[in-house]
Design a protein around this ligand. Structure first.
Ligand SMILES: O=c1[nH]cnc2c1ncn2[C@@H]1O[C@H](CO)[C@@H](O)[C@H]1O
Ligand SMILES: [Zn+2]
Length: 382
């Protein structure tokens, strides 16, 4: 789209180009390691480990298969596709490679800070210990950061350890997250099918993490409504909400356009609870009907602490740039809006405060300032 230039009164907000969106610094808080593999890598790892159940070994068709299979309107069916990615992530070499690819791909897409989650308990089939899984993934992230640096990109990656909500290992995984806290692991999460698996089943894990002054997020309010969000916050004490889209059910809009927040929605906004929103994933699992109708539009207008995320780049055929392209198409967002979402995400990261502040002031704001100034010079400043 053609960029408009300044009016005499000031600068008309311009629609960012695809290239600007890619180059803009972005922060990613909700992305699953086992949901972001390159199709080519899956095919090669399957051949290496003798996994024969892939639906196809053609990388292009495999990418399409994941997107279509995940596009079912149900979270449970969406999650079935992870059997294939987890199957090829069972050795140290495979985990290092997938984690390194992940960091490299995100950096090439302009992501400067990412928290990548995965469930260590899903990578033990070939005999690795939980510790070996964490160390392999950490090593992969360091390799990917290094490869990105060589390619001229800067990214920092931290891991979040996920426990599966239908299983019974959450306390053990929480202890693992705490043990690796100063070694690449920034926090904890629970994921998996939401209906029938309330977060309160894992209270001992959350209470342990709180006693240890550690951080956690909970997938809540994605496939299931307000009770799940309420439990995640008021029983479990989550620092952030994975998705949280159903908070919209506690927000009423009157005929005159005025908005009324229920007690829970008001609490989420007042306490600045970060919402890790993943628009494309939500369209696939039926949590929203279209980008234009996605609750992120209203929540951003109401100044909730909203962040933009990918969830599963493979299953959703997406990237951070693509998520922003969809939102810009639906809501007319500008670089200022992108910066607002990005600063929100950086403020909400599980990094120490001084590092978050430095990322905002020394990386994110200068990055956006440079992009916003380009129209003055008719091109890139670099
Ligand atoms: O959107 C989601 N909601 C709930 N669980 C998910 C979602 N995406 C992925 N996983 C689950 O998290 C595990 C660890 O990464 C994945 O294996 C998948 O089962
Ligand atoms: Zn998720």
């Amino acid at each position: 789209m053609e960029n408009e230039i300044a009016t005499s009164a000031g600068v008309t907000p311009r629609t960012p180009t695809a290239e600007q969106i890619r180059r803009a610094p972005k922060v990613l808080l909700h992305d699953h390691l086992d949901g972001g593999l390159r199709p080519q890598t899956i095919v090669e790892l399957a051949a290496d480990c003798g996994y024969r159940d892939l639906p196809t070994t053609d990388p292009v068709k495999l990418g399409e298969w994941f997107r279509e299979a995940a596009d079912s309107g149900s979270l449970e069916r969406y999650l079935e596709t992870f059997a294939h990615t987890c199957a090829v992530m069972q050795t140290r070499e495979a985990l290092v490679r997938v984690a390194a690819d992940c960091a490299e791909d995100l950096a090439a897409d302009g992501v400067v800070y990412a928290e990548i989650r995965y469930a260590p308990e899903q990578h033990l089939e070939a005999g690795l210990s939980l510790e070996e899984v964490v160390e392999a993934v950490n090593d992969g992230f360091r390799q990917g950061e290094e490869r990105a640096r060589e390619a001229g990109h800067r990214i920092r990656v931290r891991a979040l350890l996920t426990a599966m909500r239908h299983a019974a290992r959450s306390l053990e995984i929480a202890e693992l997250a705490n043990a690796y806290r100063d070694r690449g692991v920034a926090g904890f999460d629970i994921a998996g099918a939401e209906a029938g698996h309330p977060p309160t089943r894992h209270l001992d894990a959350f209470e342990y993490l709180k006693r240890e002054n550690n951080h956690f997020t909970i997938h809540a309010g994605e496939a299931f409504g307000l009770p799940s969000i309420w439990q995640a916050l008021q029983w479990c004490g989550a620092d952030r909400l994975g998705h949280g889209v159903r908070i919209i059910d506690d927000i009423g809009t009157a005929g005159d356009g005025s908005v009324q927040l229920g007690r829970l929605a008001a609490y989420v906004r007042d306490r600045r609870i970060p919402l890790e929103m993943c628009p494309t994933s939500n369209l696939q699992t039926g949590a929203a009907d279209s980008y234009a109708e996605h609750p992120i539009g209203l929540l951003r207008r109401l100044h909730f602490r909203v962040t933009v995320n990918t969830d599963n780049r493979l299953m959703s055929g997406t990237s951070m740039s693509r998520e922003f392209e969809h939102l810009i198409g639906a809501f007319g967002y500008t670089l200022d809006d992108m910066q607002w979402f990005t600063v929100n995400a950086m403020k909400s990261a599980f990094l120490p405060f001084d590092e978050r502040l430095a990322m905002i002031n020394d990386v994110i704001k200068p990055g956006y300032a440079e992009l916003k100034a380009e129209w003055l010079f008719g091109g890139s400043l670099v």
